[in-house]
Write a protein of this length. Structure first.
Length: 385
């Protein structure tokens, strides 16, 4: 019987334990760039204001960023100048599934910064872009270090490859580079023959330090090329599903401005009017202009302002149109109007006020009658007084 109860408890606890997972090292070298992968079924996006850091029980600060690639969130933060101590990262104020139930409990991951020094640090810890980019590398050691390069395809198109440029010289992904002590160098990466959305990993490793940097390339075929690729609809739909889920938020709001996808649809650039919200065959939201042309298949990758919508004030305004999820939150494709009290609320209010007036009149009348009433005590002759 005890064994059966124990098995039942384990079965019930497994969804609670495995519902959210933060993958990151538990011991961090000083100066190391930490790349944390957060997996789970989230109802709310993880934004910068949902992330907190603590040293012991005291809140502290880190230089960090957060973004979403596919179904996973990535948080990277810098530990340079952080002393040896015990730390923790908290994700607060987001809802997620625990089995069939919804929870909003804080998600915590403990880690410690050791006395050892990392070989090098990087910036950024993940990349979301539609063009060439660069990764900054700084040597934290007192001697020259050798860094090895490697790339791997995780999802999407396998066509093309990365061209690495270091100190104005081309470097292949199978070669290594050397960086002097204390120097900060940029590894420039250009896209060679990559013209479709894909997720790849760039690995930079030295003798004691290794980074796996996820790179999300948001690319689309030109209209001429896409018309010749009608036989690949299923693959395109799978890419669009991942594409629409990508979101990002940075500390100063400039990260997405640097990497944001350019609007390649002429109708979107020239239209000054609002859009109509509809859905495609797969149930994904799309924006349609006045002429019925699809101008945006993935509105979640643009801000509400870019979508020419409005952000309604919570509890004060309502959307006179359709609401969609934009890059910076819920967006109203229409106009925001002030909430009006319903007729029922007005009727109830007037009824309560009328009832109060009636009660006041009744109490006043009752009080006046009580004051005018005269009492005659038995056995007492009123004429003597």
């Amino acid at each position: 019987m005890k064994k059966e109860i124990f098995i039942l408890v384990i079965v019930l606890l497994v969804p609670l334990i495995s519902s959210i997972e933060i993958q990151m090292p538990s011991e961090i070298s000083q100066g190391q760039t930490v790349i944390a992968k957060v997996s789970g079924n989230f109802l709310d996006p993880i934004l910068l204001n949902n992330i907190e850091f603590y040293r012991g029980h005291t809140q502290t600060s880190f230089d960090y960023s957060v973004g979403k690639i596919g179904n996973d969130y990535y948080i990277y933060f810098q530990t340079l100048s952080k002393p040896q101590n015990n730390y923790s990262v908290l994700i607060t104020g987001v809802r997620y599934y625990v089995g069939a139930q919804i929870s909003n409990k804080d998600i915590e991951k403990n880690f410690s910064v050791t006395f050892e020094t990392s070989d090098f640090k990087i910036n950024p810890g993940f990349v979301i872009t539609d063009r060439d980019f660069s990764i900054s590398v700084q040597n934290l050691k007192s001697e020259i270090i050798t860094i090895n390069l490697n790339t791997e395809i995780n999802f999407g198109s396998s066509q093309g490859f990365f061209d690495f440029l270091f100190n104005n010289q081309e470097v292949s992904s199978s070669e290594s580079i050397e960086i002097l002590s204390g120097e900060t160098e940029d590894i420039d990466i250009s896209l060679n023959g990559i013209n479709e959305t894909t997720i790849r990993t760039i690995t930079l490793s030295s003798e004691n330090t290794e980074y796996e940097i996820p790179v999300y390339l948001i690319l689309e075929l030109s209209s001429e090329e896409s018309s010749n690729e009608t036989g690949q609809n299923q693959t395109d739909e799978e890419q669009n599903e991942t594409f629409t889920e990508e979101k990002n938020e940075s500390e100063n709001g400039s990260f997405w401005d640097i990497f944001k996808k350019e609007n390649k649809t002429k109708d979107t650039e020239e239209s000054d009017s609002g859009y109509t919200v509809s859905e495609d065959e797969e149930g994904n939201q799309i924006l349609i202009d006045e002429e019925g042309n699809i101008v945006e298949k993935n509105p979640s990758l643009k801000t509400c302002e870019e979508l020419k919508g409005e952000k309604c004030v919570v509890d004060e305004e309502v959307c006179d149109g359709k609401k969609i999820d934009a890059l910076d939150g819920e967006c109203c494709i229409g106009t925001c109007e002030k909430k009006e009290k319903s007729k029922n609320q007005k009727i109830i209010g007037w009824a309560i006020l009328g009832l109060i007036v009636i009660l006041l009149i009744w109490f006043k009348t009752k009080f006046n009658k009580t004051r005018r009433r005269k009492f005659n005590l038995p056995g007492i002759d009123k004429r003597r007084y």
